[in-house]
Design a protein around this ligand. Structure first.
Ligand SMILES: Cc1ncc(COP(=O)(O)O)c(C=O)c1O
Length: 383
């Protein structure tokens, strides 16, 4: 029997998953670990969004849509990008995707050729490596400076070369929760433009900023035509299971990306697209309440970590993550395992986000205040 291709074998499973599986095992054994390893809201999708999907199903919206998505949803995304992030794209420069994940996958396929480089400032979300490998491209880790790991344009620009085809920028960041400085962003986009490369702006957490207003990378840049914006309903609307995201940018790239999905997912699920339309155009109250809940948790977690002995962590400014640097020489995975075994609290190993995350741990605060309090007590006691 032929074996899987080298391209597929080169892709790793995420180390977050290792802790996820161990935590599941602990639960099956009757324990009650505080699970702070997963990056998804514990809150449920707002009711009006669910109703919109049900109405769509009852109304017979059970067929394919065009590859680019429902025209009214593309228009709503273009409006939201402009109103909320200052990013100007026409509806025909927007393709609705099956989550932000597909948008990133398409963006990498459309912009990074075989053997070319995708630069990844780290620590960063592990899927970018896989997406580069699936494009037969080379993922290149560019470590950002500890202890904050904020975007440092000089490091990225220094690493750019003739083979660099794209740079991925994630702000607010998974896993650090930090928001990139606009001057640093501008410098990266300018340099990308000089190299005839793209910036893939991963803004799936874009709406979740706590100390500043949301701002799109394309709106900060002098060369917005070199930016492809990725967004999603998953995080801010608590819609991870619906699988709706988008890719927005120069029409020629977006058209090419749209062509590819004729052979992959074809379109995002139709009823989910109707749900996304309701999320983007419907009442703000439920979304604002979720945002407030995240902000309250952020404040709580940031204060607790600032007072905790044995751990330092840059203050999270967005998303729902804190990146912990425990004062120990233990490697991330053994430490995460020890926290589960001895402390009954589950965190993601930091080295799953690149070499820059060695020895660190990611904490997700997409959990209730009660569970966060218990989890932080357990971390404090164990570390
Ligand atoms: C940094 C980052 N980008 C993109 C995604 C994709 O999210 P989705 O496909 O649910 O929109 C995630 C999901 O966890 C993420 O953390």
């Amino acid at each position: 029997m032929p074996s899987p291709t080298a391209r597929v074998r080169a892709c790793d499973r995420s180390r977050i998953r290792v802790m996820f599986d161990l935590a599941d095992e602990a639960e099956r054994a009757g324990r009650d670990p505080v699970r702070l390893e997963v990056g998804e809201p514990d809150l449920d999708t707002p009711e009006h969004v669910i109703e919109a999907a049900v109405a769509a199903l009852r109304g017979g919206e059970t067929h394919y849509t065009s590859n680019a998505g429902l025209p009214e949803l593309r228009a709503a995304i273009a409006d939201a990008l402009d109103a909320e992030y200052g990013v100007r794209q026409e509806p025909d420069e927007v393709v609705v995707t099956t989550g932000g994940m597909e948008a990133l996958h398409l963006a990498v396929l459309a912009t990074v050729g075989q053997g070319e480089e995708l630069l990844i400032p780290t620590p960063a979300w592990p899927n970018y490596w896989t997406q580069a490998r699936l494009a037969d491209a080379t993922p290149v880790e560019v470590p950002m400076p500890a202890p904050e790991y904020d975007l440092d344009a000089e490091r990225v620009v220094d690493r750019m070369g003739p083979d660099t085809a794209a740079v991925v920028l994630c702000s607010p960041s998974n896993p650090t929760g930090r928001v990139a400085d606009p001057d640093e962003v501008r410098a990266v986009v300018d340099a990308a433009a000089e190299h005839d490369a793209y910036v893939l702006a991963d803004e799936v957490y874009g709406a979740l900023t706590y100390d500043s207003d949301p701002e799109g990378i394309a709106s900060m840049a002098g060369n917005p035509e070199h930016v492809l914006t990725v967004g999603s309903c998953s995080k801010a609307f608590a819609m991870t299971g619906w699988r709706v995201g988008w890719l927005a940018g120069a029409a020629d790239v977006v058209d090419e990306a749209t062509k590819v999905r004729e052979s992959t997912t074809c379109c995002a699920p139709t009823m989910a697209q109707h749900a996304a339309l309701a999320a983007l155009t419907g009442p703000r109250d439920p979304v604002d309440r979720m945002y407030e809940a995240f902000r309250e948790r952020r404040d709580y977690v940031a204060d607790r970590l600032a007072d905790m002995d044995g751990v330092t962590a840059p203050r999270p400014e967005g998303a729902f993550y804190a990146f912990l640097d425990p004062e120990t020489d233990e490697a991330s995975l053994p430490l995460a395992k020890r926290l589960l075994e001895e402390g009954d609290v589950v965190l993601a190993p930091g080295d799953g986000f690149g070499e820059a995350g060695r020895g660190q741990l990611r904490l997700s605060f997409a959990n209730s205040l009660e569970r966060l309090e218990l989890g932080l007590d357990r971390i404090e006691a164990t570390i």
